[in-house]
Ligand binder design. Structure first.
Ligand code: ZN
Length: 146
């Protein structure tokens, strides 16, 4: 499937897959969340350290296909240092992107834009969505605890 992606997208995804950013586990995590995508066998767990309303640090640990692991790497790189409200906005935006809503010219999604390519492969959308779902669930539980 990777071979069928646009060249630009493929290179970004493969780079994150081969050299994943922010892997491991935060020992003093404020948020822990995990999930899986049984269709493909992808597994994902995330730890975040929240300071005030900001994501001070975020790491992931997972196994599975290139799309699922590269997505997690891009996600952590994009969201480290961001406010929780901004993270929630990015999660919503990424869901739209994978459903085929293209980024506007003013938007700067960085490497995340490469994930727009997966919408052409419906089976893979779940691989790309896994990290976002895990993060969304973790943030929701964090807010619930107050
Ligand atoms: Zn997968």
């Amino acid at each position: 499937m990777i071979d069928q992606l646009d060249e630009l997208y493929r290179d970004v995804i493969l780079d994150h897959f081969r050299s994943p950013r922010n892997t491991g586990e935060l020992p003093d995590a404020t948020i822990r969340a995990e999930g899986s995508n049984p269709l493909c066998g992808d597994e994902m767990s995330m730890t975040l350290k929240i300071q005030g309303d900001r994501i001070e640090a975020i790491r992931f640990q997972g196994k599975g296909c290139a799309i699922s692991q590269a997505t997690a790497s891009m996600l952590t790189e994009h969201l480290a240092g961001k406010r929780l409200a901004e993270a929630a906005r990015v999660i919503e935006r990424m869901k739209q992107l994978m459903q085929g809503v293209p980024p506007s010219e003013e938007e700067d999604l960085g490497d995340l834009e490469s994930l727009a390519g997966v919408r052409k492969f419906p089976v893979r959308v779940k691989c790309a969505a896994l990290s976002w779902n895990v993060l969304e669930q973790g943030i929701a539980e964090y807010h619930k605890k107050g």
